[in-house]
Design a protein around this ligand. Sequence first.
Ligand SMILES: Cc1cc2nc3c(=O)[nH]c(=O)nc-3n(C[C@H](O)[C@H](O)[C@H](O)COP(=O)(O)OP(=O)(O)OC[C@H]3O[C@@H](n4cnc5c(N)ncnc54)[C@H](O)[C@@H]3O)c2cc1C
Length: 377
Amino acid sequence: MRISIVGGGPAGLYFANYLKTFKADCEITVFEAQHESMNAFGLGYTLQKVDTILLEKLDKDFYEHLFYEETTPIITEALFKTNFQSRTLPFSEGFSVTRHDLIRYLKNRAISAGVNFVNKKILPEDLTNLQSRFDLVIAADGISSIARQQFKTELQTKEHKAKLKFSWFTNETEDERPEACFYAFKSEEGVILLTSYPLTKHKQIVVIEMTDNCLNSGSFQGKTPTQAIPYLNKLLSENGDQINLLSANLPWYTFKINTSEKLYTDNLVMIGDSAYSFHYSAGQGVTTSFSMAYTLAQCILKNPELSFALSHYNHSVGLLLTEPAKTSLRHMKWFEGIDQHFSDTNKNEWLDLFLQKDEYSKSKKASAITCSTNTCR
Ligand SMILES: Cc1cc2nc3c(=O)[nH]c(=O)nc-3n(C[C@H](O)[C@H](O)[C@H](O)COP(=O)(O)OP(=O)(O)OC[C@H]3O[C@@H](n4cnc5c(N)ncnc54)[C@H](O)[C@@H]3O)c2cc1C
């Protein structure tokens, strides 16, 4: 079987590694356009249980092989903060890895297994040619997939563009910071969201996000992420931390939530962010990419007939991701309205609001009902 993969991100590389390991006679070529995806500039990922189980299926010693310089702290806790409150909660055990290290590890492994790599940006008009030259074409080309755009009618794609902007930074601390952090700080302009993961004991990857309205007003107006650093540091250091963001020289980004009714058309199939993308707060991107890649490889290994394999894959992924995709979209819509949610809520309740998101008003209503019932008695 001859397979071409458009895109050498986590999804494409996991698939290439898995299939080549368990079906050595298939010929796989990965076409990779450097830095074509906004994730390519991302500084890193947290990997949790499912990711590690799937990595272990490729390599029992993956953890040692992934880190050739400095290992990363194991994350077991998450610190949630607003301007006046904070709470530490258990976090599903995991660790962070830079995108560079994850891609280096998966790519080197694939090369030694015999996967071919071609540095080339595939254009929409190249896809039909690939479809006739290869038995199967895998679109693993990320959130702005050309295959997704080219076959949008056949695949019945949907996308929701976030009314939010984010960028990556790093932060260095004197104290050891092994926990994941999720902060929501209200400023005059709107609510600033900080998400951070430890890369080393003293260095964290940080994502800062805010609504488009917030970024277009007051002290943020017209500022690049680098220019916004002094103001962000001041705001985010209000509740106990000394935040010292370092610039990654990146712009503000917008992302989309992708979903698709169908994951294949003829002999072309989508995996990873091209098919389903999640708001990063769900911490689900790499898990989804690896799981889709694993499911597709399994379906190909178990079904000698390609059309059965693709139909089986389509069905399995639908079962796996339809509900999480709905939840992610709901959460993103909640984030889009975060400035209003905070303004409408007493500051003593901001932390509960942030933790429960769109469930918060329901839980408030429920407790009000319980309270009034008890008073009646
Ligand atoms: C701010 C932020 C933080 C995140 N944090 C996490 C996290 O902590 N944990 C987590 O699990 N996930 C996280 N994610 C999500 C995660 O980044 C993605 O889900 C994951 O990278 C998707 O992998 P992929 O292989 O499908 O696509 P990508 O990583 O986008 O890879 C696609 C690849 O295809 C290449 N490509 C694109 N177009 C072409 C073309 N035309 N021709 C050839 N090559 C092409 C690109 O260069 C790229 O290498 C985060 C995302 C964001 C935006």
